[in-house]
Design a protein around this ligand. Structure first.
Ligand code: KG4
Ligand code: ZN
Length: 358
């Protein structure tokens, strides 16, 4: 079984082919970052036009890299939300067109489910597992019981963690995207120099908050003394350290709850773009060890947005017969767990729709 996956929900245009043996036959990612950098963030209209321009060539390349033609593909999967809707429409419509022309099943994949199931592609992780999903738009802890079966333990009450990295980088004059820039700057910095707040640390529950941390950085940046050459590196390191401690603390609580509800610890999976950060990975790996959980984080190239994860989530859905109708409407908001949303004002169109579609 081979599935072609398409990803266009943010500023990466991507196409990939995976098979039922957990092999990635091709994985092509085109980053549009240079087109957006001057604006300090992703401009939705520019992203959508970029996807439209590049996607056909990337699909051809994904087929060529795998040495396959459309006749060798069994289904087409595309991110159908959540994300910047113009881009999502480009990718989903392309997938539907191929499906229609080649008489193939179409799979509307939730981008977050793509991140969530990547560890099953790369590490063969079994259900159930605990997932910490940390990306530019999301920060949540979920118990994953199966494909489409998610139970939200907690999420950010304000900024997503990647967003906090991006905003803090901007305050420090570092380039977009902020996560890799902060990680790089922090290598030369002293994580103990600035005593930044640890929002939510030690509080009951599994929710996160990052806006206070960002505000503290803003205040310190405003009071920065002239000639303080180590300021940016020390602040980057101190910020990263604070985030690591908060993530480890909240995840520890979630691991305890998960072990109680499932009778024993299983695996902690970390996914999403922020999971590329080595300091955060190390802190979470240590926390997992302390709670008796196995730790699994996909290779860094599969943590940030890509289409292999979409093809794989599509393949998992196809195996269960969860094929979608060509009338499926892309969703700007699409929580994995329909019970609640994580961001303020996130109850726009599509919210409240659970991970399971019938
Ligand atoms: O999953 P992703 O590629 O796109 C979304 O679906 O959001 O995540 C992108 C986010 C950005 O906020 C970026 O700054 C962050 O992941 N990120 C990192 C690192 N690499 C990417 N954050 C911290 N450290 C990194 N090394
Ligand atoms: Zn993502």
């Amino acid at each position: 079984m081979r599935v072609l996956g398409i990803e266009t929900s943010c500023d990466e245009t991507a196409a990939a082919i995976v098979d039922g043996e957990r092999r990635i036959l091709s994985n092509v990612v085109l980053s549009q970052i240079e087109d957006h950098r001057v604006y300090g963030g992703v401009v939705p209209e520019i992203a959508a036009r970029g996807h439209l321009t590049h996607l056909p060539g990337l699909i051809e390349k994904a087929l060529a890299d795998a040495g396959l033609g459309f006749q060798d593909i069994d289904a087409v999967a595309a991110t159908a939300g959540p994300g910047l809707i113009g881009g999502v429409i480009v990718g989903a419509t392309m997938a539907k067109s191929i499906a229609l022309a080649r008489h193939l099943p179409f799979l509307a994949v939730n981008h977050l489910e793509g991140h969530a199931l990547t560890a099953r592609l790369t590490g063969g992780v079994a259900f159930p597992f605990l997932l910490l999903l940390v990306s530019g738009g999301h920060c949540q802890l979920l118990a994953v019981a199966g494909v489409g079966r998610y139970h939200l333990y907690g999420g950010s009450v304000d900024d997503a963690v990647g967003e906090a990295f991006d905003k803090t980088a901007k305050l420090l004059g570092l380039p977009y995207p902020g996560g890799p820039a902060i990680e790089q700057a922090a290598m030369q910095g002293d994580p103990a120099r600035f005593d930044l707040p640890r929002p939510m640390l030690g509080k009951p529950g599994c929710d996160f908050s990052f806006s206070g941390l960002k505000t503290a950085v803003r205040r310190l940046v405003a009071g920065r003394a002239d000639g303080d050459a180590g300021f940016v590196a020390d602040m980057a390191a101190s910020f990263q350290q604070a985030v690591a401690e908060v993530l480890a603390d909240r995840t520890k609580r979630a691991m305890r709850r998960f072990a109680e509800e499932h009778g024993a610890p299983t695996t902690l999976v970390v996914a999403g773009g922020v999971a590329a950060n080595r300091t955060l990975r190390a802190a979470l790996e240590q926390a997992a060890g302390a709670e008796g959980f196995r730790f699994e984080a996909p290779p860094i190239a599969l943590c940030t947005d890509n289409a292999a994860m979409i093809a794989w989530a599509g393949l998992e859905r196809l195996r269960l017969g969860l094929v979608d109708d060509l009338a499926f409407a892309p969703r700007p908001r699409w929580p994995l767990d329909g019970e609640r949303t994580i961001k303020k004002g996130a109850h726009a169109q599509g919210a409240g729709v659970g991970g399971v579609r019938e």
